[in-house]
Structure formats: structure tokens, C-alpha cells
Ligand binder design. Structure first.
Ligand code: SF4
Length: 452
């Protein structure tokens, strides 16, 4: 789970990258990095921590340049060592290759082994370096051909941004698991990013669109060039719309806010309950709670106060950290909850830690009944495509029935939206989604790699 951004401009991009990365901070808080081209060649600055913590005015002086890429990282695998921060940089065949990646390969280990057997030496533990190594190894004077050869070998989820030879390059896997958006301004700036927020914030509002699954983009002084490679089978991560993306995200034809709100409406029809108030687990649960309130006619209220300076609880590294984070992050509002029957709308239940803690504390604050409503189906399977869901033994819905989960989290009632209900909330005519963490139907399985 990460965010990437790349900008090709006629003016300095370092601050634009900084602000763009800041708007994508919800996708990863462990490390951040920016890499630009200037007269000295490629300049890279990265480290652990938030974007605002790592970069300062002296960074922008060093990072001056008109083409650049950036990354924020949450470690889906491997330890949060700074050497795993991105972008990564390689020198090969007289060229500099800088690359950053959102997603996760399913054949990373087999490819790493084969590359190592061929003499490659790796400096990081991340699959991004496998992609970088393959692109550099495949390069023979044509970067697009090198990427196509790389795409033939790597399997899984990858949205990639690169700096190469004074060009901005991006490519997206043929399933389109992870999002990637491009926008162009009237005066020639191009920005490519994991979500549309930085494109809108930086002010590039023209021609905003998704990269197609299997699309390769090269931006250079002659303009923007698009190529396509691979057998496209759309598998856009539906969890992006449920939880990860910002409420203002427009990804692959779905607006996250509208999707979450409609899920709430569907849930109110599928799982009605008598109550005094509907409240949300903010922020991704808020549109769902508003939709539930509107459809049910039960008033919406703010019942949990959020500490906005905390990271997301789901993406803390240890269980202890996660439990403490829940307490720090959300505090029940006694004046609203006392003596009331409450419907709480949340985006998902993964381990059950957050839900159990919240319900306990809402009841301590005087809530008479707490009815939990979830805008996604039960998460029963791990994700191999870049979202840090735990193994099956830690997924509460993989091990317990809905009634058992209700008991364990201490809710008076519990209901999840149906798969059909969630899909209908997308308002898309076709099912273009990966839903493997709910139904176990993985489009790409971990397997041995083909020959490197
Ligand atoms: S398994 Fe779940 S979280 Fe992973 S890509 Fe598919 S829908 Fe998204």
C-alpha cells in the first residue's frame, strides 16, 4: 500500500511533488521520497516518516528540477528500514533508472531468486527492486520495449512511475489492481498520481483520466505517448472505494464518496434496525452513515471525535500499536451517545480490534444499544495485491460466523452489506472489480516465475 506521483513540467516540480505527496499521505505514513532531474543528473531524497516531517526548505533547494517522481510508503511486507523507502535508483548501461511502485507482485520471490542466480545484487527487500532490476536488465535502447518485457515477467499488482533519460514514464498492470490517474494542463504540465487529489490540488484539471490497465505512458519534450501491453482483464481493487481512497477520489469510473454513501443506503434496506441515531466511524465510514441515515429516516449525528493527527489504525505495524491507536484516534461523545440506541456505520471489519474497542467505549459513554453496520462484506481472505490485510488466522470473519463476531465485538446487532448490494453501489454496468478478500477468487495466483 503506497502512493506514487510524477510530474513533467516547464517549471520546478519539487514543491508540487511535496504538496501532492502530502495529499496522498493516507496511503502510507512510514516513509516518503522525492527524486528529480536537474543539471546534476538524478537527485534523490528519501527517509522514514511523514512527508511534512522529512522535507524542509533545504530539501527543495537540493531537489530543484522540472521532472520528478515521489512516493509514500506503508510496508505491506518487509521491515520499515529506510533502505526500503522509495523511489529506488539504479545505474545500468550508462543510464540512470529511478522508479517507485504501488502494489505487490505475486512472483517476486521466484524472480528475485532467478535474478540473483544470474549475479544480480539487491540492496532492498522489496519487490519494487525486482521491477527496477528487470527494466534495467531488459533495456536495449528502447524503454518502452524494456517495460513490455518486464510486464511479461512480473505478475500481480503494479502501478509504477519512473524517471528515465529526461522522461517521465508510468505503467499499470493489465488487471489495473491499483489506481493510477493522469492529468495534463493547458500549458503542458503533466501529472500522474495514485489518486486525483494531487492533480486537482496542484491545479492540473484538464484531461484527467485513469491510465488504462496495461497502459504505458512516456512524457518527453515531444509530448505524451501512450502504448498498451498485455491481456487486459479489469480487476480494480474494490477496497480502494470501500476504505483506502480519499472520499474525493474518482477512480476507474467510481466516485468514492458516492459509492460509500450508496452502500449506506443499500445497508439501510438490507439490514434495518430501530434506533435513535446513526453515527459514523470517521472518515471513510461517514458517507455510508449519511446514506444509511437518509434511507432509514433516522437522524445522523457525530458520536465519535476523531484525532486528525493520527495515522490510520489499520496500518499500524503491531497489535499493541493498533489498540493504542484506536484509543488515541477516536473518542466517544458522551453527550450524544448517553441513553441512546445507536447505529454505527463502518467501512470494514478486519481483525475486529477497532470495532470491539469502540463498542466497549461507546457503552461506557452511556450508549444503550450499539448496532454495527458494515459497508463491505466480511473480509475472509488475505490480499496479495498490495493491501496489508493479515493472514487468515487473524481475519475475524475467516474464523467466526457473523453471530460469533457480533458476540466477540460486543454489538447488539451486526450486519454486513451483501456482495450484490456493494456492487450495485458502484453503478457500473459491468463487474470490473477484484473482490478476492471477500470471496477468495484471485485473478492472479502466486506462482513460479517464467524464465527471467
Ligand atoms: S484482494 Fe481485496 S484488497 Fe486486495 S486488491 Fe482485491 S479487493 Fe483489493
Amino acid at each position: 500500500m503506497s502512493a506514487i506521483i510524477g510530474i513533467y513540467s516547464n517549471s520546478d516540480v519539487s514543491k508540487k511533488l511535496f504538496y501532492g505527496l502530502n495529499s496522498l499521505q493516507h496511503r502510507g505514513q512510514e516513509a516518503s521520497g522525492i527524486c528529480v532531474y536537474n543539471e546534476d543528473g538524478v537527485v534523490l531524497d528519501k527517509g522514514n516518516g511523514l512527508v511534512y516531517d522529512h522535507f524542509d526548505d533545504s530539501s527543495f533547494e537540493r531537489l530543484s528540477g522540472k521532472i520528478g517522481i515521489g512516493h509514500v510508503r506503508y510496508a505491506t511486507a518487509n521491515k520499515p528500514h529506510v533502505y526500503n523507502a522509495q523511489p529506488l535508483l539504479a545505474f545500468a548501461k550508462g543510464k540512470e533508472f529511478a522508479l517507485a511502485h504501488d502494489g505487490s507482485l505475486v512472483n517476486d520471490e521466484a524472480l528475485r531468486q532467478k535474478l540473483s542466480d544470474d549475479g544480480a545484487v539487491f540492496q532492498t527487500a522489496i519487490d519494487t527492486e525486482v521491477i527496477l532490476s528487470l527494466v534495467a536488465k531488459s533495456y536495449d535502447g528502447d524503454i518502452v520495449e524494456a517495460i513490455k518485457k518486464t510486464m511479461d515477467k512480473i505478475k500481480g499488482a503494479y502501478s509504477v512511475i519512473m524517471l528515465f533519460d529526461n522522461k517521465l514514464v508510468a505503467f499499470r498492470d493489465p488487471n489495473g489492481f491499483r489506481p493510477l490517474i493522469i492529468g495534463e494542463s493547458a500549458d503542458g504540465d503533466t501529472i500522474i498520481a495514485s489518486e486525483n487529489a494531487p492533480i486537482e490540488i496542484i491545479g492540473i484539471n484538464d484531461k484527467v483520466r485513469d491510465l488504462e490497465p496495461g497502459e504505458i505512458i512516456v512524457v518527453d519534450e515531444s509530448g505524451l505517448h501512450s502504448y498498451h501491453h498485455g491481456d487486459v482483464k479489469r480487476q480494480h481493487c474494490i477496497f480502494e472505494h470501500v476504505y483506502f481512497a480519499r472520499n474525493d477520489a474518482n477512480l476507474d469510473g467510481v466516485n468514492a464518496y458516492n459509492f460509500r454513501r450508496r452502500c449506506g443506503e443499500v445497508l439501510a434496506k438490507e439490514a434495518p434496525v430501530d434506533a435513535d441515531l446513526v453515527i459514523a466511524v470517521p472518515d471513510s465510514g461517514t458517507p455510508g452513515a449519511m446514506g444509511y441515515a437518509q434511507e432509514s429516516g433516522i437522524p445522523f449525528a457525530e458520536g465519535l471525535v476523531k484525532n486528525r493527527y493520527m495515522g490510520r489504525t489499520f496500518i499500524k505495524t503491531t497489535q499493541e500499536e493498533r489498540e493504542l491507536a484506536v484509543k488515541l484516534k477516536l473518542n466517544p461523545l458522551e453527550t450524544v451517545l448517553k441513553g441512546k440506541k445507536i447505529i454505527v456505520v463502518d467501512d470494514s471489519i478486519v481483525r475486529g480490534t477497532t470495532s470491539r474497542n469502540l463498542i466497549k467505549r461507546m457503552k461506557e459513554a452511556g450508549a444503550e444499544e450499539v448496532h454495527f453496520r458494515i459497508i463491505s462484506p466480511p473480509v475472509k481472505y488475505p490480499c496479495y495485491y498490495g493491501i496489508d490485510t493479515p493472514s487468515r488466522k487473524r481475519l475475524i470473519a475467516a474464523n467466526y460466523s457473523i453471530e460469533e463476531i457480533r458476540e466477540r465485538i460486543g454489538a447488539d446487532s451486526l450486519a454486513f452489506i451483501s456482495m450484490e448490494g456493494m456492487l450495485s453501489a458502484s453503478r457500473l454496468e459491468e463487474d470490473v472489480f477484484c473482490k478476492a478478500c471477500f470471496d477468495g477468487n484471485y485473478a492472479v495466483w502466486p506462482e513460479e516465475s517464467d524464465e527471467v
